[in-house]
Design a protein around this ligand. Structure first.
Ligand SMILES: *Cc1c(COP(=O)(O)O)cnc(C)c1O
Length: 498
């Protein structure tokens, strides 16, 4: 399996090089040169396979330059206690006859990012070893809140790596911030940027593209890489849980063997839902991929009219991990759906950079809506959904998952489709507990109590245990207190790496 760039200066790259490099040097993203197929028989056989076994099947198709024995041990290490529960890292909770919730937040930082970010450091360190280099790898991360913590946790004390996380100083929840600034490990750093996620992300991309900085760092034996979902090593572990979810649904009798299902994915940077698309293209029987947004609904508009317009007000919402106006991974979808037309993709991405917007051909738009349905949830209906689901089913969901469920309801109303559906639940409700508590604690909560006390209160009132990763956060000592402007990010990086 070889990889190429969506903008095509580079091709014929092995997966370990793609993972080590992060973003292609021509500004594009690495994609597989073809999408491998899994036969119906092999999918049916997954009913009797564990998560780790399914992970081995998928990973060895995409990462065939890695020795099989290493992939097996990486998977065993990543998806075992204490990182993930012993029985299953991605369990299904059946809400009713049609709707199943895929809980992806049983990892150490309580969001789905752990599933990829517990594996990526292992893949990356091995990639450096395979290429015979002795560089230190410096991983730059822009985060809307969850990736940063998951990357710090995944890479802490990993030899030969340093991680610098940039988060929007005012754009993450109290809990997300506390998780990052109290992180242990001498090789991981968190820096607050005065700006929003898009500012942090474009700052990081600018550093990757700056040949002067790369040359200076190279002289000191340092190479930059990325742990954002622009890195192929982030995406491929996410394909696994779509196959596993399908197998679980067959096992639970929720879907007949070989029958189609829908996936609903709360979406920001388009990474998670793109992994679902790859699973679909590999042969998983999917009816529709439902792309759920909050009021930063740039993707909803794009899917319905074919114009991607990022020039619009940026809203800070109660589902902050989806507060994104430039969804990087859409580039990979455009590449595949346009029939791998790299010059067209380059043209669209240049329009986006220059004008903040682009419009795809009506043909391409029609192809997209064959696979995808897009919708969004307002702040008040997100809260209502949390409270409805808790009242109706006694099941507690976070704000991002609530966006997914609310958009799914809109999908059913608009289409009447009753195909069995899996909704990906991307974070533990305790991670976004202010909004969750507001929605489910009937007498209202005192607005002044801090989020850490709310975690305890929410657990007390619902009888649901607090995940280990969120216990006693306020007692931990803050280690990372640097903040900067967007235009200072490059010098912060060089200073921290000295
Ligand atoms: C990152 C994140 C998302 C968005 O996922 P993308 O892959 O960026 O689309 C949704 N929910 C939560 C809780 C997240 O952390």
């Amino acid at each position: 399996m070889l990889y190429r760039s969506t903008r095509n200066i580079l091709s014929g790259v092995q997966s370990h090089i793609a993972i080590k490099t992060g973003m292609a040097p021509d500004g594009g993203l690495f994609v597989p040169e073809y999408i491998p197929k899994i036969s119906e028989t092999d999918i049916l056989a997954m009913v009797n396979m564990s998560y780790k076994e399914i992970a081995r099947v998928i990973l060895s198709l995409y990462l065939d330059d890695y020795p099989e024995i290493d992939l097996t041990s990486f998977i065993n290490e990543a998806y075992s206690p204490p990182r993930f529960p012993i029985y299953n890292p991605a369990p299904i909770h059946c809400l009713n006859d049609v709707v199943n919730i895929l809980e992806l937040w049983h990892g150490p930082t309580c969001a789905f990012k752990d599933i990829a970010l517990q594996l990526l450091p292992r893949l990356l360190v091995k990639a450096v070893e395979m290429s015979g280099e002795h560089n230190e790898t410096a991983i730059l991360v822009a985060t809307s809140g969850d990736t940063g913590k998951a990357a710090m946790e995944g890479f802490k004390d990993v030899k030969g790596t340093k991680v610098i996380v940039f988060y929007p100083e005012e754009g993450v929840s109290e809990i997300q911030k506390a998780q990052m600034i109290t992180q242990q490990g001498d090789n991981v750093f968190a820096v607050g940027v005065h700006g929003n996620f898009d500012d942090a992300q474009s700052g990081v991309k600018a550093i990757f593209g700056d040949s002067e900085i790369n040359r200076r760092l190279g002289r000191d034996g340092i190479k930059l890489s990325s742990a954002n979902s622009i890195n192929w090593g982030r995406l491929v572990p996410q394909i696994v849980y779509y196959f596993h979810a399908y197998a679980s649904c067959m096992k639970l009798g929720k879907v007949n063997p070989g029958a189609k299902i829908n996936f609903v994915v709360p979406t920001g940077n388009f990474g998670n839902i793109l992994a679902a698309y790859y699973a679909f293209k590999m042969g998983l029987p999917v009816n529709k991929l439902i792309c759920a947004s909050n009021i930063n609904n740039v993707l909803t508009d794009f899917i319905s009219v074919g114009t991607y317009n990022s020039i619009r007000p940026f809203h800070k919402t109660i589902s902050p991990s989806m507060d994104i106006l430039i969804s990087s991974n859409l580039e990979r979808l455009l590449f595949d759906i346009s029939g791998e037309d790299e010059s067209y993709v380059t043209h669209l991405m240049e329009r986006l950079k220059l004008t903040g917007a682009y419009t795809v051909s009506s043909n391409l738009r029609d192809n997209i809506s064959e696979y995808f349905w897009g919708g969004y949830s307002t702040e008040s209906s997100t809260l209502e959904t949390i409270s409805d689901i808790y009242r109706e089913y006694g099941y507690l969901i976070d704000t991002h998952t609530a966006v997914g469920i609310d958009v799914y309801d809109k999908y059913v109303i608009s289409t009447g489709d009753m195909t069995p559906t899996v909704i990906t639940s991307t974070a533990s409700p305790f991670k976004f507990c202010r909004s969750v508590a507001e929605a489910v604690i009937p007498n209202g909560i005192d607005a002044v109590i801090d989020e850490f006390k709310l975690i305890d209160l929410l657990s007390e009132k619902t009888g649901i245990a607090i995940p280990d990763g969120l216990k006693a956060l306020e007692e931990k000592q803050a280690k990372h207190l640097i903040t900067c402007q967007q235009n200072e990010m490059a010098s912060v990086v060089e200073n921290l790496l000295k």
